[in-house]
Design a protein around this ligand. Structure first.
Ligand code: IPE
Ligand code: IPE
Ligand code: MG
Length: 266
């Protein structure tokens, strides 16, 4: 666990967090790995490797402070357009990290889910995804959703197809389709929508991530590249979130997720 190095800084920021209003669900676009690797004089792959160790720290901190669901964007449907060497590097990295980390994640009571069209991956990798989900299935306090070969538009099209099929077979009538039914067919149907979306590397776009689910999420964009996004940067995002007025189209602020959390640092 790499919290040690920055524990004193975390202590400072942790005192600013309202422990009763920790977001229930945080989604993260982990961006900037490639640029970071190249800026350091190495390769884009070097940045991806560093990005994994940052993710490990953020997962543990999330659980510690009482977040229930962390959803991270690891590979988009559009990322296949990258040079084959980079795509292969990323696929091998997923495999390696799963092999190395799954037992420890399970020991730490972290449930893993993969969200996306997994049919495009090799059978070996798919087996590892399923195995990771099965091993960690019983951990119900904290879930890590890893979005791989995920695209928001593709997800919506998939729902539209299912609804069309159900209508044609007579299982439902088109007029019965409502938001609830639509949502129940999304890949994220087990989870509340994200309260907070974090994007690193300063890009001000959502790049086909969770198009339906982000409708009312608070958005936090930081220039920090993902490999440098440490625990303090994460806490800063949460503190910023806690200063927001969420109105959901109304005129009164709706209080942020109220969660009893018993975290302490140090
Ligand atoms: C995010 O970092 C990781 C993936 C998309 C897999 P990038 O690889 O997009 O890094 P930049 O944005 O090109 O620096
Ligand atoms: C979004 O980042 C996808 C992931 C973080 C996995 P990209 O780097 O692919 O997004 P764009 O190309 O900058 O929009
Ligand atoms: Mg990028």
């Amino acid at each position: 666990m790499k919290l040690k190095n920055s524990t004193s800084k975390i202590k400072d920021l942790s005192s600013e967090i309202d422990k009763l209003r920790v977001p229930n669900h945080i989604a993260v676009i982990m961006d900037g790995n490639g640029r970071w690797g190249v800026n350091k004089g190495f390769t884009r792959s070097y940045g991806h490797n560093k990005g994994v160790s940052v993710l490990k720290n953020i997962i543990r901190l999330s659980k510690k402070i009482g977040i229930k669901v962390l959803t991270v964007y690891a590979f988009s449907t559009e990322n296949w357009t990258r040079p084959p060497e980079e795509v292969n590097f990323l696929l091998n990295l997923f495999e390696k990290v799963l092999d190395q980390e799954i037992n420890e994640l399970n020991r730490e009571l972290i449930r893993i889910k993969f969200i996306g069209d997994l049919s495009s991956f090799s059978e070996d990798l798919r087996k590892k995804f399923v195995n990771a989900e099965n091993i960690t299935h019983h951990n119900d306090e904290f879930t890590l959703n890893i979005c791989t070969n995920y695209g928001g538009r593709q997800e919506l099209v998939k729902v539209a197809k299912e609804l069309a099929r159900k209508s044609i077979s007579g299982e439902i009538k088109p007029d019965q389709i409502n938001e609830e039914m639509f949502e129940s067919l999304l890949l994220t149907s087990d989870f509340q929508d994200p309260d907070l979306l974090i994007r690193t590397s300063g890009e001000k776009r959502i790049s086909n991530f969770l198009l339906w689910q982000l409708a009312y999420s608070e958005i936090y964009i930081t220039d920090v590249l993902w490999p440098e996004f440490d625990e303090n940067e994460f806490l800063k995002a949460i503190i910023d979130y806690q200063s927001r007025n969420r109105r959901f189209g109304g005129i009164k602020s709706v209080s942020n997720q109220s969660l009893k959390s018993s975290f302490s640092f140090g």
